[in-house]
Design a binder for this molecule. Structure first.
Ligand code: TXA
Ligand code: MG
Length: 337
């Protein structure tokens, strides 16, 4: 890993110096490959990018943003062919992709079983949000990196989205590795998000007007009641109850704050684990919350698949990413409807 003390700012595509631009893109792609965090411009807002398949990089990304919970991230890819590797496209998805990609539209689609994106980036959901940005620097970075890049807006959680490198620096200086500077963003508001998991639903109005989308679909989009949170999955949950909540809920009963596992349980450990005969997976033997966040969803699923009737979870501290981890664990432990 290459987390450096400072945040480097590299000029990209700002002038006639083609060599400087190419070097900046190369450095940014190498940084992503090493698990680093790179802010880059898109046509909507600056995104904070990480390798979508690198669980620890994604955990670090949540920590850098100070996200209170693991809100799922948008996977950015070069083209629709790359998007089809991640998600299942039906006729309407194909229509919208053909009409609006590259551009400020994000589609939420069923993820493919072999989708390589880290479970943490998807917050454990079976759907995935994907977009193909049109910005030249975003496209150059995606081409050089050669894989999906998850990128939330490059601001601290709760702040407004950044549309210039200066905004990014103001929020994230010293917390991320690199910023690609290509001046201000053209659109300035985030992408429009449409879920295609049932009736096409507008989850977030954004840079692409809904009328344009409805014209291509030939019918209106479902609009969930406005909510004061910026939590798109919550809106989906309102229109299709349980669809999302269930993915935080293993079949096995979940027992929190467990200090010693019982007969028949599987153990989800954190830090030094007690000796135990049953199945044990450790979120982070060295007690590192970033590592623990990266392992959370995959370990829960694996223990559930082990056939144990209950999963005993050792206490996880509440500082840093611990808050989000405990939030997800308490959802997993909540009584099933
Ligand atoms: O314009 C944009 O979309 C910018 C640029 C950087 O691409 N990105 C952006 O990301 O705005 P973010 O993380 O700030 O917002 C992504 C939204 C969140 O509200 C999240 O809940 C929602 O997308 N989302 C992601 N995956 C989802 C899923 N599987 N189902 C429902 N909503 C999802
Ligand atoms: Mg945001």
């Amino acid at each position: 890993m290459t987390v450096e003390p400072g945040t480097r700012v590299l000029k990209a595509c700002t002038g006639p110096d083609v060599a400087e631009t190419a070097e900046a893109i190369r450095a940014a792609a190498a940084c992503l490959k090493a698990g680093g965090l790179v802010a880059f411009p898109t046509e909507t807002v600056y995104g904070l990018g990480a390798d979508a398949c690198h669980g620890e990089a994604i955990a670090r990304l949540y920590a850098a943003k100070g996200r209170p919970a693991f809100n799922p991230l948008i996977a950015h890819v070069s083209d629709v062919a790359a998007a089809r590797q991640l998600a299942v496209f039906d006729t309407e998805a194909e229509k919208l992709a053909a009409a609006f990609w590259p551009g400020p539209l994000t589609l939420v689609l069923p993820k493919r079983p072999d989708c390589p994106v880290a479970a943490l980036a998807l917050a454990g959901l079976d759907s995935i949000a994907i977009r193909v940005p049109s910005h030249r620097t975003a496209r150059a970075l995606l081409a050089a990196f050669g894989g999906p890049v998850v990128a939330p807006s490059a601001n601290r959680s709760g702040h407004v989205s950044p549309t210039t490198p200066a905004h990014v620096l103001a929020d994230l200086r010293g917390r991320i590795d690199l910023i690609l500077d290509d001046g201000p963003c053209a659109v300035g508001v985030e992408s429009t998000i449409v879920a295609l998991l049932g009736a096409p639903t507008l989850l977030r109005p954004g840079g692409l007007p809904r009328e344009d989308i409805e014209r291509v679909l030939g019918h209106a989009l479902v609009t969930p009641a406005p909510s004061d949170t910026d939590d798109a999955p919550k809106k989906l949950e309102v229109i299709s109850p349980g669809m999302l909540a269930s993915h935080y809920a293993p079949k096995a009963r979940v027992r929190l704050e467990a200090t010693s596992p019982r007969e028949g349980e599987a153990l989800l450990a954190f830090g030094a684990a007690p000796a135990f005969d049953g199945t044990v997976l450790n979120l982070s033997p060295r007690g590192d919350l970033i590592e623990a966040a990266a392992n959370l969803f995959s370990h829960l699923r694996a223990l559930d698949a082990s056939g144990a009737t209950a999963i005993a979870v050792m206490p996880v501290p509440h500082d840093g990413l611990g808050d989000a981890i405990n939030d997800r664990l308490s959802r997993a432990a909540a009584p099933k409807p």
